[in-house]
Design a protein around this ligand. Structure first.
Ligand code: PGA
Length: 260
């Protein structure tokens, strides 16, 4: 069974004082042995704070983007090795906000994925369709093209080190969530694409759901066979909500293992 991942995407939120309180609350509640993998993906200036507060805890941390270049004259960019320098284990790549607001193409997202892997980071690769694309029946094509661009640059062995996040754009920050069945359908499609690349490795690739995941819908979503956790935006900013989603994830895992 794949171990679930609950990752927070703080987006451009936070300040030293608020982060400190949130991280302390997470560490106090989670302790050292967590029922799933847990991470917070934070604005780059706060990586050092995460390293300080989360070291030796069960909560990992990471960035929300990275450059497709190694080093050099790229003002404003942050490289994969810089993220790793601060102990990051994860990096979100290709979030829909970056695709939409910063014009990130499927190929650029694929290049960033490779940079993350080479630096030893676990890329959380976001894919997802807009409402117009869903209504036009293009969901499979859109997420398929987004994932295929990445797979074209990967070795089969990389599949066990990546995380794919299905984040329907229309569900992000809107309070509208894909139903568990809707999400499962897309996750199964993504799993099939991964399996076409390498059937054995694909069985171990984690595919998480993101888009208005909250304490009250997390368990149902994570109970689906191909939903291996969540990428959480708004609800990751409140420890009580984030912790409730972590608890929902372990409840979903326990239910699945007792059904086996
Ligand atoms: P949300 O964001 O949970 O606030 O919808 C998810 C995301 O954008 O990763």
């Amino acid at each position: 069974m794949r171990r679930k991942l609950v990752a927070g995407n703080w987006k451009m939120n936070g300040n030293l004082a608020a982060n400190s309180a949130l991280l302390n609350e997470l560490v106090a509640a989670v302790g050292h042995g967590a029922p799933c993998d847990i991470a917070v993906c934070v604005p780059a200036p706060y990586l050092a704070q995460c390293q300080q507060q989360l070291v030796n805890s069960a909560v990992a941390w990471g960035g929300q983007d990275l450059s497709s270049h190694g080093a050099g004259a790229y003002t404003g960019e942050v490289s994969a090795t810089m993220l790793a320098d601060f102990g990051s284990q994860y990096a979100v790549v290709g979030h829909s906000e970056r695709r939409a607001m910063h014009g990130e193409s499927n190929v650029l997202v694929a290049q960033k994925t490779v940079c993350a892997l080479r630096a030893g980071l676990i890329p959380i690769i976001c894919v997802g369709e807009t409402l117009a694309e869903r209504e036009a029946g293009q969901t499979t094509d859109v997420v398929g093209d987004q994932l295929k661009a990445v797979l074209d640059l990967l070795e089969p062995a990389d599949l066990t080190r990546i995380v794919v996040a299905y984040e329907p754009v229309w569900a992000i920050g809107t309070g509208k969530t894909a139903t568990p069945a809707m999400a499962q359908e897309v996750h199964a499609t993504l799993r099939a694409l991964l399996a076409a690349h390498d059937p054995v490795a694909a069985a171990g690739t984690r595919i998480v759901y993101g888009g208005s995941m909250k304490p009250d819908n997390a368990r149902e979503l994570m109970a689906m066979p191909d939903i291996d956790g969540g990428l959480i935006g708004g609800a990751a900013l409140k420890s009580v909500d984030f912790l409730a989603i972590i608890a929902a994830s372990s409840a979903a895992s326990n239910a699945a293992s007792s059904a086996q």
